[in-house]
Every structure is written in C-alpha cells, then in structure tokens.
Design a protein around this ligand. Structure first.
Ligand SMILES: CC(C)(COP(=O)(O)OP(=O)(O)OC[C@H]1O[C@@H](n2cnc3c(N)ncnc32)[C@H](O)[C@@H]1OP(=O)(O)O)[C@@H](O)C(=O)NCCC(=O)NCCS
Length: 261
C-alpha cells in the first residue's frame, strides 16, 4: 500500500558483533545505533520521540484520534517505553536488544463484516486521509475490499485489506492504531491474510510500501517477505513532489515485496 513503508529469526548463524555508538542526523529526526552488548540476532528497532513537549490528547473523547505529543499531527506510532504518541516527523529509530515482549494480551483478529465498514473508513482516513489507495498501479477503495480486523472491546483498532489479483493476494492496506502497536496485531493480521491466500490456492502475497516506512519494511521482512522491486521516484511523481515521511525521510520510491506461499 503506497500513500503519501532486521532482525533475522532463523537460518544463518552469526558470530557475536559488538556495536559501537554511531549517530546520523536527518532533517526531523535521527537514527541511533547503540551498543546492545549482545549478538545481532537479538537486536530490534524501537521508535522513540525526539523530545517531550506535552501529553497526548484525545479529540472528542474518541480513541481513534490520537495527536502527536509534540505537534498537532495525527500520531502514527506510540513510543513503547514512554507511551507517548508520535507522528511521522517526530519518530526516529533506535536499535535495542530484543526482550520478551510487554506482557499484554494478544489482540483478537477476525474477518471484517459489513457492520465494520464505517470503522474501516475511519481507520483509513486517520492514517492516509482517504479511503482510496493506489496499489501496484491500481486504485482500490478499502471500504469495499475484503479485510481482517483486529478489535479491542468491539472497536476496530487494526486492519488488513486485500484483493486477489491472478495468483497473488495483494495486501492493499495494513494499519494498527498507535495505542495498540507492538502487541502482535500487525503480525497476526498478516498471518490471517496469509491463511486466506493459502485457502484460495494462491501462490504469493504481494505488498507495496514507501522508501521511508522503515517500521513496515521491518515488519514485512520479519514476516518473511522479500524485496522484489523498486519503482524509483514513483511516489514523488504521484504526489507531485517529495513529501516528508517517517523521521523526515523524503517519500520518493515505491518498494515492492513478496512472500511466496
Ligand atoms: C506497521 C504496523 C502495521 C505494525 O503494527 P504492529 O501491531 O505494531 O505490529 P506488531 O505488534 O506485530 O509488531 C511488528 C514488529 O514491529 C515492532 N514494533 C511495533 N511497534 C513498535 C514500536 N513503536 N517501536 C519499536 N518496535 C515496534 C514489534 O516489536 C515487532 O517486532 P518484533 O517481532 O521484532 O518484536 C503499524 O506500526 C502501523 O500501523 N504503522 C502505521 C501505518 C503503516 O505504516 N502501515 C504500513 C504501510 S505499508
């Protein structure tokens, strides 16, 4: 899904590597590599805000509207340590040692029903500003696509919309509200989509994301997707210029990934 998104799990054995501190400043944020006193297999990426300005605000008392703690933009992520909500511009990456999770209950995922349509539209509007998404050169309206939803107390808090094109399941949109991220909903939604693809006898799942969306690139590769194609400059062309994305990285290119089933 392209608007406007390493840790090896199995396989190769690597020898321990000591990381030395490095800093790389970018326009709005920064990437920090920190020594984690462990092996590469145990590193993971954590998203954190750059500095504290104010507390999170809910708009109209509804959980779907989460403002960044540092500006008025919609939050895209939540800092897992400070629990602060952060927008694209106020996010940056940090590499840390993998721990054993945050101990929260996994979120339930189920196929979307027609009664979920309004909440699906709200989620799409919250993250992307519209319900129509361009994906692999075609426009889709997620209100009319099959989907899986992750729910908390009856509220849709995560969404994976898809469409079948030939022998592939095309993952059109994947979102989890910031307050629910890091609890496995993203991976569970992908697993549900994969199960649907297998049940339909499809041979692969394809997804497109943007060059700046490092959290999504991380997630897909953690789920065994492989990079297949780079459409250089496609998104800048689509948007009529480069826009700031995650951590202020310019949104330029569409990156396509695929998982063979
Ligand atoms: C990408 C996205 C769907 C992931 O959803 P999620 O529910 O957090 O996913 P999971 O809980 O399954 O976590 C996936 C991985 O990301 C990590 N992660 C999630 N949120 C994190 C955070 N705030 N900081 C650090 N790591 C985080 C998880 O720890 C996990 O990694 P691990 O398996 O190595 O532990 C969600 O961040 C999102 O909606 N982002 C904004 C919209 C977007 O970019 N969508 C994708 C467009 S292609």
């Amino acid at each position: 899904m392209t608007k406007g998104s390493r840790t090896p799990t199995t396989g190769m054995k690597r020898s321990p590597i000591t990381l030395r501190p490095m800093k790389m400043a970018v326009q709005w944020g920064k990437v920090i590599l920190q020594p984690c006193n462990t092996t590469l297999q145990r590193r993971k990426i954590v998203l954190q805000p750059r500095k504290t300005v104010r507390q999170p605000v809910k708009v109209n008392g509804r959980r779907i509207c989460m403002r960044c703690n540092f500006c008025d933009a919609n939050a895209q992520y939540r800092d897992p340590h400070t629990r602060r909500y952060i927008c694209l511009a106020h996010s940056h990456l940090q590499v840390i040692a993998r721990d054993n999770g945050n101990g929260t209950e996994p979120l339930a995922v189920r196929p979307a029903a027609s009664a979920d349509r309004d909440q699906i539209a709200e989620l799409a509007l919250y993250f992307w500003g519209e319900t129509e998404v361009e994906c692999f050169g075609r426009e889709y309206d997620v209100r009319h696509l099959p989907a899986f939803v992750a729910c908390d107390d009856g509220q849709v808090i995560g969404l994976a919309s898809y469409v079948v094109e030939g022998d592939a399941l095309n993952l059109v949109m994947l979102n989890v509200l910031p307050g629910y991220q890091g609890r496995g909903a993203g991976q569970t939604l992908i697993a549900a989509v994969e199960q649907a693809a297998r049940a339909c006898g499809l041979s692969r799942i394809v997804v497109a994301t943007s060059n700046d969306d490092l959290p999504a690139l991380y997630l897909y590769q953690r789920c065994d997707f492989r990079l297949t194609n780079l459409a250089a400059g496609r998104l800048a062309e689509h948007h009529g210029g480069e826009e700031p994305g995650f951590a202020g990285i310019s949104v330029r290119d569409e990156i396509r990934l695929e998982k063979q089933l």
